[in-house]
Design a protein around this ligand. Sequence first.
Ligand code: PGA
Ligand code: ZN
Length: 431
Amino acid sequence: KIKNIQARQILDSRGNPTVEVDVITENNILGRASVPSGTSKGKYETFELRDNKENIFFGKGVLKAVQNVNDIITPELIGKPVLDQIYIDQLMLELDGTINKKRLGSNAILAVSLATAKAASNELNLPLYKYIGGIYTCLLPIPLINIVNGGKHSNASSIVFQEFMIVPIKANSFVEAIQMGHKVFYHLKNILDKKGFSTSVGDEGGFSPNFNGIEDALDHILEAIHIANYVPYDQIAIAIDCAASEFYKNHKYDYSHFEKFEKSENETKNLIKSREEHIRYLSYLVRKYPIISIEDGMDQNDWEGWKLLTHEIGDKIQLVGDDLFVTQAKKLNEGIEKKVANSILIKVNQVGTLTETIETINIAKKNKYKNIISHRSGDTEDSFIADLSVAFNIEQIKTGSLCRSERISKYNQLLRIENALGKYSSYSKWN
Ligand code: PGA
Ligand code: ZN
């Protein structure tokens, strides 16, 4: 049974406030969790409660959410069974009573939800992934390793697409995948350094130099894969997150605002693309580069565009809905019905409880949509999502580059899990 719950304000990887919660059981067992926060948020994500007091943390304080946990959620949950996750989550949803968790804040609810699961696993003395997933858990995910940051995740970078990732698809183990990624990451650093580019990193730890546009970034990544002696496609492929909702304006895909390099008037015109031109450009990129996955290729409300894109390249590569589905069952069901995308990004704080996250994961599985577990650009040292991916044998995880501790904490947890599973572990196959 839950004896007490204590919430507090801590800082995320950008130094912005976020919620941390301790759930303590009657046996004085602790479960502690903190919640992440995005920058390029989907419009339909659940409500993240901020204090909006401009003179304190520029309005980003979360003391109201902390108070909601301590004053409203805690009295309700004291004495309730810590092992009954569904019941605990349901109680909080009823207590909130709104569709998007507007009353208590999804950051308040999620922190309690995740801390409850951790307390329960500690209570039973089980690893978190075993507690959540049960007896079948054994699969380590393929990491989509961030290597270049653009879009809203870096103001130094000159590229409109938000993320460029490398995907070590032909590794024999998770540890080997990380080592392959590490090699390419450092070769890219070396190449950039030699050419006089900046090697400082963006929010998710990828490099963010002033590239001469998207293809320049892809050419550099490809060069690093070659120098590292890997066969593109076969051993290491590329994934991108366009985060297209961030540059969709007046029914156009407007590359011009982000792409800061010198352009003639004519070039600027070409950078404002119609839906069809944007799709044509994406399929051109897929033909030219070893790209196997595109996330948020289209805007979150451009369902027509999503349909066209899926029709165009959905049978060739992975098309991932992030802002499009916001980890919510209703949105995913809509996408399945309309045959839009073929994969979903899973972010616990887009939906706000562990129970609802699991519901969405299961809908995707049932309908043969791939799940990709994901961090946020503002994250903490909490490695919950590493366990979550193994719990459901999820084939892929996206959790940043191979630097910055809030990213590495997830990789390290996966290394621990692989180590603990030993010969019973296996590394995902790309299919
Ligand atoms: P965010 O970005 O955490 O800033 O929303 C991550 C993503 O778009 O995948
Ligand atoms: Zn995304």
